[in-house]
Design a protein around this ligand. Structure first.
Ligand SMILES: Cc1cc2nc3c(=O)[nH]c(=O)nc-3n(C[C@H](O)[C@H](O)[C@H](O)COP(=O)(O)OP(=O)(O)OC[C@H]3O[C@@H](n4cnc5c(N)ncnc54)[C@H](O)[C@@H]3O)c2cc1C
Length: 474
């Protein structure tokens, strides 16, 4: 067998997702480092292909149904049963994603980054081998002084008998025909978002959660209001659920033609057309052979890094979902750019790193949720009860004025500002309601700059909006 050729780069990036792309572009595009991206799947990673982008498009698709319903209250003659073609929306969504895959690859090309499609694994401490994704399955080895692991993660399928008959969030984006009735297992933001979109277009939705509320990592106000809101609009939330022991495929097919029977550990049974496992994500490290360089991992398999994204091995770095740190696209991109700055930038950037404090995030539920900083229990624990002041408000946004009273109750807007110390520095902000996703970004800047409640109050309100409440709370 001919010896396998080894090519040398300044920077090898394993994974062309959010973090890998952000880092490679900074290293090559800004600083001219000879950079290679190795990507085993579709360019752009989770966010573009099976995450943020198709999710948000589907959220728009679903939100339109809610708006059409609202239009009736404003006097529009909207028929009761508006037909929609999910298949055609899905085809549009797929084509848009394909376009984005091309945009990613074009940008890499323009910035002088080499791309190889294939799966990477370590074969020596600083050498990776890539098996080409095409039919040749050619193996090429690459080495570099700096290697970044940005391989992301994948959804977990629990070890339940017949679990493979259900889908994960990846499979959700392959659905061509909507189920009539479906089950969502999980209480995190992905479960809440995907349950929300299908419920909003009339799919009978059953959520199975272990506790009494979902979004358990969020402020209690968010957990309680959102769980109650989902229940109020007809989502059946099965609380304190002990899990399933078996999934039976009663009938194979698409949409309403697929029938599954779920059998709970306590003997409870339910028949549905689809089952979504949204029980968490695991790092995509199984076949990387991290033991060869000796990169240390946590018990969950995540790559352990310090504040500069260094792993336990010199010259090998990790960021994004594979590290389990704030698993969000902009976090991975920002960490990647800072690493690029630190490794290849000017000397004053040699301590460049991402601050993981005060990262704003939005849940695209119905309605949206926005959050930044500490939850109330976290703030109380960190500063002490007597050092915390909490401002809250709950109201119905003007948009719902023409709605009947009963329906108005289903659409709360709620806000909480958590302040610490005598200067009332804002250490947490939690909001839910119409448009809060767009609202949060600007407040995020203020909080990142260290805003106090007085700073919030000193900003003249924009009237009439919901966000004006954030600068007028007493
Ligand atoms: C349903 C869903 C919705 C989401 N919504 C949002 C949202 O609204 N906002 C938000 O900020 N975040 C969202 N996220 C999270 C976001 O997608 C991730 O945090 C982000 O993509 C992580 O980027 P990354 O670079 O770490 O990994 P990824 O983007 O996953 O990229 C990793 C890449 O590495 C490749 N790879 C893996 N192993 C190898 C290997 N051995 N060799 C070569 N290539 C390899 C993979 O194919 C992949 O392309 C969502 C995620 C999901 C699942």
């Amino acid at each position: 067998m001919a010896p396998i050729e080894t090519k040398t780069y300044d920077y090898i990036v394993i994974g062309g997702g959010s973090g890998g792309s952000g880092s490679a572009r900074r290293a090559s595009g800004w600083y001219g480092a000879k950079t290679l991206i190795v990507e085993s799947g579709r360019s752009g990673g989770t966010c573009v292909n099976v995450g943020c982008v198709p999710k948000k498009m589907t959220w728009h698709f679903a939100s339109l149904n809610e708006e059409l319903h609202a239009a009736r209250h404003y006097g529009y003659d909207v028929p009761e049963n508006i037909k929609f073609d999910y298949g055609s929306f899905k085809r549009f969504r797929d084509s848009r994603i394909k376009q984005l895959n091309g945009v990613y690859e074009n940008n890499w090309g323009k910035e002088g980054i080499d791309l190889v499609h294939g799966r990477a694994r370590f074969v020596e401490p600083k050498v990776i081998e890539v098996t080409a994704a095409d039919s040749t399955e050619t193996k090429i080895r690459y080495t570099a002084k700096h290697i970044l692991i940005a391989v992301g993660g994948h959804p977990i399928v629990p070890g339940v008998q017949g679990a493979e008959h259900g889908i994960t969030s990846d499979g959700f984006f392959e659905i061509e025909e909507l189920p009539k009735k479906w089950a969502v297992v999980g209480a995190g933001y992905i479960a809440v978002e995907l349950a929300g979109v299908l419920a909003a277009v009339g799919v009978e939705t059953h959520m199975f959660i272990r506790g009494d509320t979902f979004l358990r990592k969020f402020d209690p106000m968010i957990q309680e209001t959102m769980t109650a809101r989902y229940e109020a609009v007809g989502i059946k939330v099965h609380k304190q659920h002990k899990g399933f022991k078996e999934v039976q495929l009663l009938k194979d097919g698409k949409g309403a033609d697929k029938v599954l029977k779920l059998i709970g550990v306590e003997g409870d049974e339910i028949e549905v057309n689809e089952l979504l496992w949204a029980v968490g994500r695991a790092p995509e490290v199984e076949d990387l052979h991290l033991e060869i360089p000796g990169v240390k991992q946590s018990r969950s398999g995540h790559v352990i890094v310090d504040e500069f994204q260094n792993t336990s091995v010199e010259g090998i770095y990790a960021l994004g979902d594979v590290t389990g740190q704030a698993e969000l696209t902009p976090v991975a991109i920002a960490a990647g750019r800072q690493l690029g700055n630190r490794l290849f930038g000017t000397p004053e950037l040699k301590y460049a790193r991402l601050s993981y404090e005060n990262i704003p995030t939005v849940v695209f539920s119905h309605p949206e949720v926005g959050t930044i900083g500490l939850t109330e229990p976290q703030a109380r624990q960190r500063f002490g009860d007597d050092k915390i002041k909490v401002y809250t408000t709950r109201f119905t946004a003007m948009f719902y004025d023409p709605f009947p009273t009963e329906e108005k109750k289903l659409n709360p807007t709620q806000m909480k500002i958590i302040c610490a110390g005598p200067e009332e520095k804002v250490v947490g902000l939690h909001i839910l309601g119409l448009g809060v996703g767009e609202m949060l970004q600007g407040f995020g800047v203020a909080i990142k700059m260290g805003a106090t409640k007085k700073d919030f109050d000193s900003c003249v309100a924009i009237h009439p909006t919901s966000s004006e409440e954030l600068v007028t709370m007493r």
